[in-house]
Design a protein around this ligand. Structure first.
Ligand code: HQG
Length: 181
């Protein structure tokens, strides 16, 4: 299939598997899994010719490894980024000393005052390096990057998870752990 058609479908899949499974009439279980056949049928209503091979191609070629299949191959889920409260069974993990968060400049006054909040998602998303954070920030506009004192947060009892695709997750980051870079 043409690359931009696959990109469109991948975005639609993100919407379904992270935020709104109901748009294609499916549900996620409490661990975020969707039944593959139901998902394929649901997406097929919007994109005729969509099939299992295309789904597998999207998952395999996804630049951020956004999706995983269940071991038995009957289910699929998003690795992170959910707004609906699912538990993707990530173990609590010791973070590196420092992490980064990319945002838009227009949010910085609010972030400096209130810290990083998960907004519509379950977690605040943090990046391993400044470059990646800047890219994430650019999605929202003129980018701004914060350094997050993850080691001190952890010492103070904040919990961190690393998603299957390497994104770091934590509930909130109070402003005292943030520094603009
Ligand atoms: C900002 C992409 C005002 C926050 C990326 C961000 C990521 C505040 C926006 C993943 C705030 C939420 C998530 C506060 C936070 N006041 N603004 N107190 N606290 N914000 O999209 O981190 O391509 O929900 O800085 O790679 O940008 O979708 O989060 O700008 O991993 O797979 O509120 O999405 O991955 O925006 O991105 P988002 P995000 P995918």
């Amino acid at each position: 299939a043409a690359p931009d058609r696959l990109t469109h479908i991948s975005k639609y899949m993100s919407l379904i598997l992270r935020h709104k499974p109901e748009v294609v009439g499916i549900t996620l279980d409490r661990h975020g899994w969707a039944d593959m056949d139901a998902l394929i049928a649901g997406i097929g209503r919007e994109y005729p010719t969509f099939d299992r091979a295309m789904l597998e191609e999207i998952v395999r070629t996804d630049s951020k490894q956004r999706y995983s299949f269940s071991e038995d191959g009957t289910k699929i889920r998003a690795n992170q980024g959910h707004s609906i409260p699912v538990d993707v069974e990530l173990p609590e993990t010791e973070p590196p000393q420092m992490l980064y968060h990319g945002t838009a400049r227009r949010f910085t006054a609010s972030i400096n005052a209130n810290g990083l909040l998960p907004q519509s998602r379950l977690y605040v998303h943090l990046s391993l390096d400044e470059q990646t954070a800047k890219k994430v920030g650019r999605r929202h506009g003129d980018p701004a990057v914060y350094l997050v004192d993850a080691a001190r947060m952890r010492r103070d009892g904040h919990v961190f998870y690393r998603s299957v695709n390497g994104v770091w997750l934590t509930r909130t980051v109070p402003a005292r752990y943030l520094q603009r870079v």
